[in-house]
Design a binder for this molecule. Structure first.
Ligand SMILES: Nc1ncnc2c1ncn2[C@@H]1O[C@H](COP(=O)(O)OP(=O)(O)OP(=O)(O)O)[C@@H](O)[C@H]1O
Length: 267
């Protein structure tokens, strides 16, 4: 599905936290949304999901502005996995995943979406957790279940806010490989630039709410951009098997020695 961000902006607390962003995530592929803490990634995902209305510009899914979609229709088309979650929900894992089917439910009950729930549990490697109480899961297990819930929604557009949070390295790799191969237009906010470089077809880099760069990771993730946006020194190498960029970070140079203060009584 085509998603178009055209000059999107919004203020929070009186400040433009997303400011005139243009982007076109490639349809059916995985786009990485990058940028330092506070750059506006979560806010941008909420704008794309229609949970926030843009003050400026528009987000289009197909040729329809998200802001003009009815809530239920929007929930069928766009799934957002947000960062934080409550731990006190008295539901089993299967029931949590089935929440993803709510937009499909008729007034009279079931939507016959059990198969979608099963498929989502398998895809997120969470079948073994299905009967566990949600409140007893570890952080990484919860993250898998969140992903399963978003997949159960069978959206045209999948938005993931730091989906690899809490996951061990093997789970990070398999989750991103899975969403990359899903064939759904997916935008994932990621902090790990090497994961973004390895799995994303396209990256969108935000800096202080503005678009700093967009394109294939090979074109975008260059030392100058990393210095400018993240303030880090890095070499960009080539992965020996995939040819994708591999970023080798350097530790910051030690701060210049501060001269000792001169005490007031000295001549
Ligand atoms: N409700 C709010 N009111 C005021 N400011 C907010 C609100 N929500 C977010 N902000 C601010 O907007 C900016 C962007 O926040 P956002 O969560 O979108 O950034 P982010 O790139 O996702 O950050 P992180 O990588 O730390 O998760 C931050 O400076 C944040 O403090």
């Amino acid at each position: 599905m085509d998603v178009t961000l055209a000059g999107v902006g919004t203020r929070l607390g009186g400040r433009w936290v997303v400011d005139g962003v243009d982007a076109t995530p490639p349809p059916g592929r995985l786009t990485g949304l990058l940028g330092p803490n506070g750059a506006g990634k979560s806010t941008l995902l909420r704008l794309v999901a229609g949970l926030l209305a843009p003050e400026r510009g528009a987000v289009l899914v197909g040729d329809q502005p998200v802001a003009s979609m009815a809530r239920r229709g929007r929930a069928r088309r766009i799934a957002l996995l947000e960062q934080e979650s409550s731990s006190s929900v008295p539901l089993t894992v299967r029931e949590v995943v089935a929440l993803g089917r709510i937009p499909y439910r008729s007034l009279w009950g079931s939507d016959a979406g059990d198969e979608a729930v099963d498929r989502a549990l398998v895809a997120a490697d969470a079948t073994h957790l299905a009967d566990r109480p949600w409140s007893t899961l570890s952080g990484g297990e919860r993250q898998r279940v969140h992903v399963a819930r978003a997949l159960a929604q069978e959206p045209e557009v999948l938005l993931l806010d730091e989906p690899t949070n809490h996951l061990d390295v093997s789970a990070q790799l398999s989750l991103l490989a899975f969403v990359r191969d899903l064939g759904t237009t997916t935008v994932a906010a990621l902090h790990d630039l090497n994961l973004a470089a390895a799995f994303c077809e396209h990256v969108v880099v935000l800096s202080a709410g503005r678009l700093a760069a967009a394109g294939h990771p090979r074109e975008v993730l260059r030392p100058a951009l990393l210095r400018e946006v993240y303030g880090v020194d890095a070499d960009v190498l080539e992965h020996p098997r995939t040819g994708r960029p591999v970023i080798a970070f350097h530790e910051p140079a030690p701060a210049a020695a501060v001269p000792a203060p001169v005490s007031a009584g000295e001549p």
